[in-house]
Design a protein around this ligand. Sequence first.
Ligand SMILES: [Zn+2]
Length: 174
Amino acid sequence: MLTGAIIKQLPKVELHDHLDGGVRVETIIELANNYGIALPSTDPKALHDWFVEGGKQKSLTLYLQAFGVTTGVMQTKEALKRIAFEAVEDLADDHVCYAEIRFAPILHTAGGLTMEECVQAVLDGLDQGTRQTGVPIGLILCAMRNQSPRHQPRGGQTGGCIRRSRRRRLRPCR
Ligand SMILES: [Zn+2]
């Protein structure tokens, strides 16, 4: 029988992974405490359950509340780099051998970061994770369709740091 334990051990490719959709609850709690941000719960188990319950609601608004919590603590370079690094660690722990992570830089500018700074911080975290785990990671930048093209990442703003970190190669699964 194919069990969860067997699936975890199998080498996998992850092609649709939202950076703000898989942040560790312990990290959210620690960062929220550092930044003075209120959370639905500061207990890891209760906060985990809150996210799971939100995901089961048949309401996009309720579902998106969860992203409001995660993006709320992702407004500094340090937080973005740490969360990107931990995402690679978690993928490696799940035996993912190649992943493409996506995020929308515009959602991380509320604390004053530019979109380029957001992208660079995430790339720094991903690169650190790749060096540590050997898992190559691609980064996809998302635009929000409810916002004007003026607020979207464009080549002139973000292309520079993407080009600077084009060191990613596909490697065979181990
Ligand atoms: Zn998606």
